[in-house]
Design a protein around this ligand. Sequence first.
Ligand SMILES: [Zn+2]
Length: 360
Amino acid sequence: MTISDFFSATYQEARTKFINACEKRSLTVQSHLNDRAKGAMGEDLYMDVARIGPKNAKNILIISSATHGGEGFCGSGLQVGMLRENFFIDLPNDTAILLIHAINPYGFSHIRRVNEDNIDLNRNFRDFSKELPDNPAYREVHDWIVPKDWNGPAHAEADKAIENYINERGMPTYQAAVTRGQHIKNDGIFYGGIEASWTNLTLRKVIKEHASETLNLATLDIHTGLGPYGYGELIYVGNDAGIPRAMEWYDGEVTSPAAGTSSSAVVEGTIDGGICEMAPKATHTCVAIEYGTVPLRDVLQSLRADNWLYIHGDVKSELGQQIKKDVRNAFYCDADDWKQMIWDRGTSVTLKALKGLSEA
Ligand SMILES: [Zn+2]
């Protein structure tokens, strides 16, 4: 058995591996059907949840995959590997693990970062009873992000405009304009939606059931696509009060978008907000592990292409298939050395989280 065997080539394969690994450990899997969409092969889509540890645990560690759909190949591999390698077999009796497989099963299956409503879930966890913010910076770039064609003059013109923008104002400004999140263009990228998504409602139910009474809650939400190849950056998310604790747990390696130390731009509406609201009695130590894949420019370009494909293109066409391949490569490096790095870092961070919780 090699580490690469933990990882899968499709959502269906990943889900089967996760469920089989749970069964071998005699763990019950709660499967939440997403009845709003089907998978790329017509299959049903589920957010699958497995809990290890006692019902009334004081401490809970949540490890989640595929918030950003196609990034799930990485997180699923880590979850499956830890189940197969008998992680969490000797948990302290006040501690539980919640493994959430495929937070965004639609995106995982279709190899898209977004959900069935073109929503970036890490921009969707906000209070929709309040007025949604405008985003003038995104308005400025939107028409270039979504050109009418992908092989013709509109695309060439848009590319030129983006190139000029980056040359004049720098890559960080472009990254912030594009990725910060927007609620104004539902055919754009990094769209946060105008109401709570299926994932938002479902995840809240799951957390309420499993963690509403917990006193210390930690999350490791696994992502890919930012930073150096194979490196797992620990991005702190949530209320600033938890930063010193996270720094202590993770040996000072935690970065913060707000402090400008992260490869991520500042974003609002991330899923930890919803998780923390459903575990109101707990201290929260929420971290995203962000594993690097390919250069940022290629990542953003693949997202732009994928967005174009579902608005103006045909997924089944030759161009469509090439774009899907590019998106997959931008968020998942199907290489043994990369998977080894994912595994080493992911397991080490998990053990640190458990140690931190045990001392909380
Ligand atoms: Zn992500």
